[in-house]
Structures are given as structure tokens and as C-alpha cells.
Write a protein that binds this ligand. Structure first.
Ligand code: LLP
Length: 438
């Protein structure tokens, strides 16, 4: 998919770059991002919303892949940006992302983070709970400013997805519950504040969702609540943010819709459910992360050792693993892979791909059919653009891989490979310990 193909040398080529050459230049493991595909996904969102006739913002959920080059790219494509921590906010600001288009999320923003965001002049805070509501009100009052907010609500919708990543249900750490009256109380508080400019509501029901029914139900509940608010408090919302969660295809088991179909189902539902409630339809904001960057990413590994247990299984180990992709260990996520240096060879054996970390759970793929795999072969794992680099760790003191953008035959480093010096950069040996002779 995207710009990937097998070239005349039978090598996997992405963005016009031969992956065997990329290995020579940058080493492995290596995250490769197909820039044209990321831009295409951004444009699909922007164009589908334009076609709806509604006023909108598409905010890239930077948690999926937050690096300065990506912030710049999202900016160029006209997207806004969702950040959830001082680190993501700092990355965006350092990249020159316009503060007005930054939305700040999170269920436990610290006073420091709120201050940093107020000073930067960000476009909107997505307020998650009463503690934050009071804290933000007090900080904004102290600074003599009014800040834009959305209130995150839980509409009581449980998305059909892995339980760790569904967040729309009542028993969730996120948001004000509509069903138990918390959301109404929050609207009352926020709309009465001079320092909080209540723009509207936010709802996010989960991630890697294929069915549109969950989104439609959430919109119905939010619209119903908006009607209640209008009737009881006379407050009309300008904005409704429906979060992210649009699924992508990792393997043949996954059946996502096209971006344009997701967007159409959402904008149609907004029209359907708000038309009787509001004279003017609200602005619609969304926050896709995975569906913008997920399938544009490929991780390139070098094969090292293998171990055959006759009649049971063959393990093939690569030079990365759960440190660069913790998703199989965390969510039992499935991936597809191929030999990047022998793209035309046919499958001959079933193997399981192991990482190099010191624990049995460090497996990338169970039971995949590949050509006979040799030490030194290059393995390309597809669809690793979202929540891979973003969730990478230094477990076993393994340096994080480099990230390159490839496009029309050029490759550019966007994150340097961590060095061994980086690994010990923060370490301190207290004098009490270091003064004892070795
Ligand atoms: N907005 C909010 C408020 C979110 O919590 C999330 C994701 C998004 C937007 C973007 O969702 P997306 O379009 O990427 O599905 N680490 C997990 C995914 C966690 C998602 C957390 N929130 C994974 O690797 O599957």
C-alpha cells in the first residue's frame, strides 16, 4: 500500500527508497515513514470534511507519533494538533506549530502544564474533571485572561475494541459522566465563569474502531445532552469534538472503512441529531491519530539468531522487539511482515518473530509464513507508524531506533538513533558511592 513496492532488485522500496540501502545508511532497527501516505491521509480528512459543508477542525492526535517533523507536516496540511502533556506541547511549540491550533488533553494536567499552555496561548483546553476545572479557572483569573475550553464527557458508549483502549463508558478515568449529572454540573460551572470560555463538548469512545455505530450513538447522546443543556441552562455549544479512534488495517482480519466513509457517517449523524436541537449546526472537531500515521510506518529489522524446536515452532529473532513495538505484548496486536531484501521469494516456512529483550513476552509476530529466513535478512513489519516510536522504551537499555521520512526517492532523518552515550546521559553516580574505590 502507499508508495511501497518491490523494485527490480527484488527489494522492498518505500517512497522511492530501497530499504536495503536505507539499512546501509541508517542501520536497523529503523522506523520508516511514507511521507506521501501521511499527507494523503491528512488530505482525505480535510477533503471529506470540506465536502460535508460543516465547519470543522481535524486535530492530529500527536500521541500516536509526536516528533517535530510530524508537527510541521500536520501544520502544512492544515490540521490542528492534540497534545496531552508538557512534552507533546513543547515538541509542537519547538516545531513552530501555531499555538492557536493546539488543543490540550489529559486527565491530570499539572498546574505547571496548565500555566505553560496558557502562556503559550493555545487554542483550547479539553477539561477532564472538576479538579482541573477549578484549577484552570483560578490560573486564568490570576493571569486576567479567558481561555477556551471543551468539557470532555463520557456518553456511555463502549466501543467494540480491546478493553484497555475503550474510554467512552461510564466507568472510565476520563471525563464528566452524562448519565449521573456530572456533565450538567460542569457546564453550569464553566458557563458561569468569566475566565473560561466554554466552546462545547468533547467525547472520545475508544481506538481502532471499525464500526460507525459507536460514533453515531455517541453523537446521538451528545446531541441529547446538548438539548438538555439548552433547555435547562440556555447554553448553546459552538463546538462538538468527537475524538479519534478510526481503525486501520494491520492484518487481513481488520476491516476498516475508508477515511471518507468514517467522516461521512459522523457528519451525517451530526446533521441528523442536531438539526432539531440547534438552529445552526455546531462546528465538528475530530482527533485522528492512528488513521493518519499508522499504515504509513514500517519497521525494518535485521534478522539475527533462530531456534528450531522440532515439531513445535521455529523462533526467528530480530534486533528490536517490544522496546520499539510494545503493542503485541500490551494488546496482543497482530502484524504482517515480509523479507525486505527478498521481496519476490515465496513463503516456505512458518516462523514466529521474537525480539531481543530478556523476557518471553517479547514477541512481535506469532506464526507467520515467510521464505526460508537467514541470519542477515531484513524483515519489514508493516503498519507501525502509530504508537510504536511513541511508546518505545529503553528496556534492557536498548537505544531507541532512528526515524526517517521517505518521499520520492529521498530519505531524511527526523529522529536520530539513540547512542550509548544517550543511554547513560541522565545517570548519576552519587559521590557517596563513587568515592569508594572500584
Ligand atoms: N483523542 C483522544 C482523547 C484520545 O484519547 C485518543 C487516543 C485519540 C484522540 C486518538 O485515537 P486514534 O485515532 O489514534 O485511535 N496505545 C494504544 C492506543 C491508545 C489510544 C489513546 N487515545 C495503541 O497502541 O493501540
Amino acid at each position: 500500500h502507499g508508495t511501497s513496492k518491490i523494485n527490480a532488485k527484488a527489494h522492498l522500496e518505500i517512497g522511492g527508497c530501497d530499504t536495503v540501502e536505507l539499512k546501509e545508511t541508517y542501520g536497523t532497527p529503523l522506523y520508516i515513514m511514507d511521507e506521501a501516505l501521511v499527507r494523503q491521509r491528512c488530505r482525505e480528512y480535510m477533503e471529506s470534511f470540506r465536502a460535508s459543508g460543516l465547519t470543522f477542525q481535524v486535530a492530529f492526535a500527536s500521541k500516536a507519533f509526536c516528533v517535530m517533523a510530524m508537527c510541521r507536516l500536520a501544520e502544512q496540511e492544515g490540521l490542528s494538533l492534540d497534545v496531552v502533556s508538557e512534552g507533546e506541547l513543547y515538541t509542537a511549540l519547538q516545531a513552530g506549530f501555531p499555538a492557536q491550533r493546539i488543543h490540550f488533553h489529559g486527565n491530570n494536567k499539572t498546574p505547571y502544564e496548565l500555566e505553560m499552555a496558557i502562556s503559550a496561548g493555545i487554542g483550547c483546553f479539553v477539561v477532564d474533571n472538576f479538579t482541573e476545572l477549578h484549577m484552570l479557572q483560578a490560573l486564568a483569573a490570576e493571569k486576567g485572561v479567558a481561555v477556551n475550553i471543551l468539557l470532555r464527557v463520557t456518553p456511555g458508549v463502549e466501543a467494540h475494541t480491546h478493553e484497555y483502549i475503550s474510554t467512552g463508558q461510564t466507568d472510565s478515568k476520563f471525563g464528566f459522566d452524562i448519565a449521573n449529572g456530572s456533565a450538567l454540573e460542569a457546564v453550569e460551572l464553566a458557563s458561569g465563569s468569566l475566565n473560561l470560555n466554554l466552546l462545547g463538548l468533547h467525547s472520545h469512545i475508544g481506538s481502532q474502531i471499525f464500526e460507525v455505530e459507536g460514533f453515531q450513538l455517541a453523537i446521538e447522546r451528545v446531541a441529547e445532552f446538548a438539548g438538555q443543556v439548552k433547555e435547562n441552562l440556555g447554553v448553546v455549544f459552538k463546538v462538538v469534538n468527537l475524538g479519534g479512534g478510526f481503525g486501520i488495517r494491520y492484518t487481513a482480519e481488520d476491516t476498516p472503512l475508508k477515511v471518507s466513509d468514517y467522516v461521512k457517517s459522523i457528519t451525517d449523524a451530526v446533521k441528523q441529531y442536531f438539526v432539531g436541537i440547534y438552529a445552526q449546526l455546531p462546528e465538528i472537531w475530530v482527533e485522528p491519530g492512528r488513521s493518519i500515521v499508522g499504515d504509513a510506518g514500517t519497521t525494518l529489522y535485521t534478522v539475527g539468531t533462530s531456534k528450531e524446536i522440532p515439531g513445535v515452532r521455529k523462533y526467528v529473532a530480530v534486533d528490536g522487539g517490544m522496546t520499539d513495538n510494545p503493542r503485541p505484548a500490551l494488546y496482543e496486536s497482530k502484524y504482517e511482515a515480509m523479507l525486505a531484501n527478498r521481496g519476490n521469494d515465496v513463503a516456505e516456512e512458518t516462523v514466529s518473530i521474537a525480539g531481543k529483550c530478556c523476557e518471553s513476552g517479547d514477541m512481535l509476530i506469532w506464526d507467520i509464513d515467510l521464505p526460508k529466513v537467514n541470519s542477515g535478512d531484513l524483515l519489514a513489519v508493516a503498519c507501525t507508524g502509530a504508537y510504536n516510536y511513541a511508546m518505545a522504551s529503553n528496556y534492557n537499555r536498548i537505544p531507541r531506533p532512528a526515524v526517517v521520512f521517505v518521499n520520492e526517492g529521498s530519505s531524511d532523518l527526523v529522529v536520530k538513533r539513540e547512542s550509548l552515550q544517550d543511554i547513560v546521559a541522565g545517570d548519576v553516580i552519587p559521590e557517596r558511592i563513587s568515592k569508594q574505590p572500584l
